[in-house]
Design a binder for this molecule. Structure first.
Ligand code: CP
Length: 318
């Protein structure tokens, strides 16, 4: 029996994927086990399980995206679904149409079986999930959650190191405005890792979503005994004025380089959700070092992770 047959999808208790906060450890593990199975087969062009044959997946990105949107589309197509990408930049949302009217219009026209949505408003995916009959997947809302990014990050660590429990993971950068950091804190905490946050005071949130997060303003202190270093960029699009006066000073203090990574464990690995800002959050040399950087593995693991999420939420309906 393979992972596709072994997964007990009925024990996944959610219709939608809005946030990691809502998931149990077992549900996260179910997604990662299935994602692992799909990841092993990603290079096999003949592997097309057709689990979603006949399904219509609508992607709605109200914010820019390279990785998330493309990987959702590719993942849905690998599972046999038809994908409709709505281009919000040329849509009637620009004429003042409300989110509710846009959703009701597209729902009436397409009758989608699943909606993937990214929106700059905190809570927009949850709002949409209450207005449509089909599963809704959050592809990132404001600084709230980016659940599939956290899942693909966990998959990347699990595939490289075998386990997440008891690892020490440091997150560096603009934690205050990062939906990725928020979702990562939920997933790593549920999977039993220890969390360090390293940031200047102005980039720290008022409170963390989970207990027992250790905070540091000194990168040297915060990287001690760390296995995984996750660099978050500064989310300028989510603030009126950047609190960082000088990007070159920020890079001197918080930018990840080989020299700074040496403060962590000798074999510590670098991750970043992307897009990465070279020369501000990390150096070219560390970003492109295949022995230390998992950035491209993260991107690659986005496809099987999103295949697993859509499989679990939608299989059985076709
Ligand atoms: N990490 C991430 O969400 O990338 P995109 O903004 O390119 O989707």
């Amino acid at each position: 029996m393979n992972a596709l047959q072994k997964i007990n999808r009925t024990s996944f208790s959610h219709k939608h994927l809005i946030g990691i906060e809502d998931l149990s450890k077992d549900e996260i593990t179910m997604i990662l086990d299935l994602a692992d199975y799909y990841a092993d087969r990603l290079d096999d062009r003949e592997f097309k399980p057709d689990i979603l044959k006949g399904a219509i997946i609508l992607t709605l990105f109200f914010e820019d995206s390279t990785r998330t949107r493309t990987s959702f589309e590719f993942a849905a197509k690998r599972l046999g679904a038809d994908v409709v990408n709505m281009d919000v930049r040329t849509s009637s949302a620009n004429k003042g149409e409300s989110l509710l009217d846009t959703i009701q219009t597209l729902n009436s026209m397409l009758r989608p079986d699943g909606i993937v949505i990214r929106h700059e408003e905190y809570g927009a995916p949850q709002f949409v999930s209450q207005t449509v009959p089909c599963p809704v997947i959050n592809a990132g809302d404001s600084w709230h959650e980016h659940p599939t990014q956290a899942l693909l990050d966990a998959l990347t660590i699990r595939r490289r190191l075998g386990n997440i429990e008891e690892l020490r993971i440091a997150m560096i950068g603009d934690i205050a405005h990062s939906r990725v950091a928020n979702s990562n804190m939920h997933i790593f905490s549920k999977l039993g890792a220890y969390i360090n946050v390293i940031a200047p005071e102005v980039l720290l949130p008022e409170k963390f979503p989970v207990q027992d997060v250790r905070t540091f303003s000194s990168l040297e202190e915060g990287l001690k005994d760390v296995d995984i270093v996750i660099s978050d960029r500064i989310y300028k699009e989510r603030m009126e004025h950047s609190p960082i006066k000088s990007e070159s000073e920020y890079f001197q203090t918080y930018g990840i380089t080989h020299e700074k990574l040496a403060h962590a464990k000798p074999d510590a690995l670098l991750m970043a959700p992307g897009p990465i800002i070279r020369g501000v959050q990390l150096s070219d040399e560390i970003a492109d070092d295949p022995d230390r950087s998992l950035i491209l593995e993260q991107v690659r693991n986005g496809v099987p992770t999103r295949m697993a999420v859509m499989d679990i939420l939608l299989k059985g309906k076709f």
